[in-house]
Design a protein around this ligand. Structure first.
Ligand code: AGP
Length: 616
């Protein structure tokens, strides 16, 4: 997790450093810090809270003297080792060496034992590398050699930016397991170099980039006129690296603070673009390939996993292909048997989620066919993918995943339709027509402002919320509960409606609200019966249903409706593919967003979360 950012420049760099850090804040935002090297020596500032707090602290503490800094490193933290405190924020430093770290030194306890007399300043794993480097520099090793030899002591993952006050013109970058990219400046910054854990963070300033591979190091040296950048392997042997042009469609990331709503509203347009890509044959090669498989598997975490679960329902029901979805963190460690004639699709918005990345590596090692469905085409998973299924949803800035989820559904729907075409399925044309209707249906859902506010008012007063769904609505119920938890901090659970009576019903009382996803389909009657079991125990119910469902509910539950214990949030009638989109957007995204707003939460940056989860 954590974002790291570095700049070596002949121009004032503090503002750029903070702006770059802000663009990285999605990786973690519980505390932040910078270290600067300049004519005034090594200067460090760290704060608990967001980048704005760091900016004010820095302005106050440095009183402008660091306008002459020529090297800066910065960090936005998602705490792993040690609480959220200033002492545990990065950069970690002993006054000589300062470094920022994304990753975990797994053997930090062993590393501490090498310095029994040392008074450690933090509880972080990161700090334990510093004395090794400083000691080697005192033994007159060159900076790069000192870092390289010290890293031999470390077990675990890292992307590191390191400076040392004895080498005020040098910045060292090191990578193992966690991504880091060096960027060469453009325009006014053409003599500058940038480094970051995500090249999108450097987008406004760089024209070219070079990714580091595991075990590689980079030394950026500030010269009197030009700066120089050299790459090395883990033995210190120089490496020739190609610089690639860097082009990035930006998303005015710095300025807005409510990306979630913007991204939710982008969805009809994005699905339309996927349909256009489908029409142009973007998925045409997949039909025969999938139809020839014995099994299909979707693997991911969080929202990406739920999108995979929807895919599993679709493929089994319509393509009659044995399909499963699995949580990436479980997949890898249960040592699954991977049947040879199967395809494993790894879903990840960020393409950096470590659990999913490791699951992909496991599948690759076991020689099954794999594909990666991701939104970030420069991500680690995209680079490792044998086959890529791009989401093209545009940068998703809010920590809550919304448009990436519906893009995952759209790409999966395209794969399904291509498979059904090869199979000559009789269901295909109805499903395709339904899929084409999704943008219009979502526009209807998104224009239903008053009903959404009323639904949110019901949830905001609950002590706990249970999302219930049968069939395809079950994965949507899981996604709804996740969204509500992460945006509103309300306790929420997703459950298969039919499973309610096997335990969770014990929770029911007037303080608990059940959000029942009830499209008027072949499972509607059963859903309604299960809901009555809840109401008989005093539970409150919010139905999401269509006009036909509404009619039935009004007839059967008129008393409860009059008493206000049952409420209805109306959505348009749906078909078999559009159902997941409509209920996903309505139940999971909008209801959660509105509830969170009522509760005064920061939807884009919920507490304790990060956008890319790069630790296991
Ligand atoms: C979504 O709202 C969550 N913040 C989270 O569950 C996310 O979906 C999960 O961490 C997986 O991320 P990925 O899609 O980038 O791999």
């Amino acid at each position: 997790m954590c974002g790291i950012f570095g700049v070596v420049s002949d121009l004032p760099l503090v503002d750029v450093l903070l702006k770059g850090l802000k663009r990285l804040e999605y990786r973690g935002y519980d505390s932040a810090g910078v270290a600067l090297e300049g004519a005034h020596g090594l200067f460090l500032e760290r704060t608990v809270g967001r980048i704005e707090s760091l900016r004010s602290a820095l302005e106050e503490a440095s009183r402008g003297i660091f306008q002459d800094a020529s090297i800066g490193i910065a960090h936005s933290r998602w705490a792993t080792h040690g609480a959220v405190t200033e002492a545990n924020a990065h950069p970690q430093s002993d006054g000589e060496t300062a470094l920022v770290h994304n990753g975990i030194f797994e053997n930090h306890t062993e590393l501490r034992a090498f310095f029994p007399q040392k008074k450690w300043e933090s509880e972080t794993d990161t700090e334990t590398l510093i004395p090794f480097i400083s000691e080697k520099i005192r033994q007159r090793r060159a900076f790069l050699t000192a870092v390289r030899e010290s890293l031999d002591m470390v077990r675990g993952g890292y992307a590191l930016l390191i400076i040392n006050k004895n080498f005020p013109q040098q910045l060292i970058v090191a990578k193992n397991g966690n991504p880091v990219t060096v960027g060469r400046g453009k325009g006014a910054f053409s003599k500058s170099f940038f480094v970051s854990s995500d090249c999108a963070a450097m987008a406004p300033w760089i024209g070219e980039k070079a990714d580091l591979e595991d075990g590689e190091l980079c030394l950026i040296q500030k010269g009197p006129t030009e700066s120089k950048c050299s790459f090395f392997d883990s033995r210190g042997v120089p490496l020739a690296k190609d610089w690639e042009p860097f082009v990035f469609a930006d998303n005015d990331c710095d300025e807005t603070d409510d990306f979630a709503l913007k991204e939710i509203h982008e969805q009809p347009g994005l699905i339309k673009e996927r349909i256009a890509a489908f029409d142009q044959g973007a998925f045409a090669n997949w039909g025969a390939r999938l139809a020839a498989k014995d099994a299909l598997n979707f693997v991911g975490c969080g929202t990406s996993f739920y999108a995979g679960l929807v895919g599993a329902y679709w493929f089994e029901k319509w393509a009659r292909l044995s399909t499963h979805a699995e949580i990436a963190s479980e997949f890898r460690y249960r040592c699954p048997v991977l049947p040879p004639k199967s395809l494993y699709v790894f879903l990840s918005q960020s393409g950096e989620t470590l659990d999913t990345l490791k699951a992909l590596e496991y599948a690759t090692k076991h020689a099954v066919e794999t594909a990666v469905m991701t939104n970030v085409l420069h991500s680690t998973m995209a680079k490792k993918a044998k086959d890529l299924l791009p989401l093209h949803a545009g940068p998703e800035m809010s920590v809550i995943s919304t448009k990436a989820f519906t893009a995952q559904l759209a790409v999966t729907a395209c794969l399904l339709l291509e498979t059904l075409a090869v199979q000559g399925s009789a269901h295909r044309s109805a499903l395709e027509a339904d899929f084409r209707n999704v943008p219009a249906l979502l526009r209807t859902v998104l224009s239903n402002g008053d009903a959404m506010n009323a639904a949110a008012e019901v949830l905001a007063t609950a002590s706990a919320v249970i999302f219930l769904g049968r069939g395809l609505c079950y994965p949507i119920a899981l996604e709804g509960a996740l969204k509500l938890k992460e945006t509103s901090y309300l306790f929420a659970e997703g459950y298969p409606t039919g499973e309610m009576k096997h335990g969770p019903i014990a929770l029911m009382d007037a303080s608990v609200v059940s959000v029942v996803l009830a499209p008027f389909d072949d499972l509607f009657e059963k859903t309604l019966s299960n809901t009555q079991e809840i109401m008989a125990r005093g539970g409150r119910v919010l139905f999401l249903t269509d006009t036909q469902g509404q009619e039935k509910i009004q007839k059967q539950l008129c008393e409860a409706m009059a008493a206000g214990t049952v409420k209805i949030f109306l959505v348009p009638p749906t078909g078999e593919l559009s159902k997941a989109f409509v209920y996903g957007v309505a139940a999971a995204q909008i209801v959660s967003y509105k509830t969170a707003k009522l509760k005064g939460r920061n939807v884009d940056r919920p507490r304790n979360l990060a956008k890319a989860v790069t630790v296991e």
